[in-house]
Design a protein around this ligand. Sequence first.
Ligand code: CTP
Ligand code: CA
Length: 226
Amino acid sequence: MVASFGDAALRGLKVVVSAGPTYEDIDPVRFIGNRSSGQMGFAIAEAAVQAGADVTLVAGPVSLPTPQGVTRRIDVRSAAQMRDAVVAASAQADIYIGAAAVGDYRPASVANQKIKKHDGAALVLHLAENPDILASLAAQTVRPFLVGFAAETHDVEQYARDKLQRKGLDMIAANQVGGGLGFEAADNALTLYWPEGVAELGRTSKTELAHQLVAKVAERYRAVRA
Ligand code: CTP
Ligand code: CA
């Protein structure tokens, strides 16, 4: 059973959703990536369309069809490309939902030829930190309502509340990864935190969770922006 939006909770609003991993190139044949299928973000984009929003989907490398009704899809590869696309799309947006698993680091330099092995010697990669997309949006004076994600293996609430505050977010969706939940799994469970509250979305399909998340985002958006 999928929750319905009788009241078209996001009608008239522009929503940007990021989804999937980012790939950070090492050389022409190798990259560093994050585990993310993009399913949760794509399900959120679809749920936002069904709630009446004009949706822009910024997708990292995933193999998923564009959900029906999404106004525009921008495909990117690296965190820097995702940041540029999200910042540009968010200039006119009311809500940004950052469901992407953005790579935290990239190789400090990209080799333009394939790196060859050298007689069993270890290879050392120097990594530079990537820009934080949510933090770039939060730093703007006019900014969309910001929703982040936090996938954690332990101390979920503590890390999620810390990210909510540190990144200046309006809401964060936290999930414990491992135990058949998160990443490639069809099911997930989320706990939503915002400055004054919390809501548990129990284990269910990513489609259903996306609908519940979007309904809560709409409710909180109306509470603080309308
Ligand atoms: N995020 C982002 N830009 C980055 C890294 C993360 O916008 N460069 C966003 C993610 O899309 C997510 C939220 O920040 O919505 C939290 O991501 P997460 O990886 O859990 O947090 P980090 O701040 O990167 O901390 P850490 O990985 O050390 O737990
Ligand atoms: Ca991270």
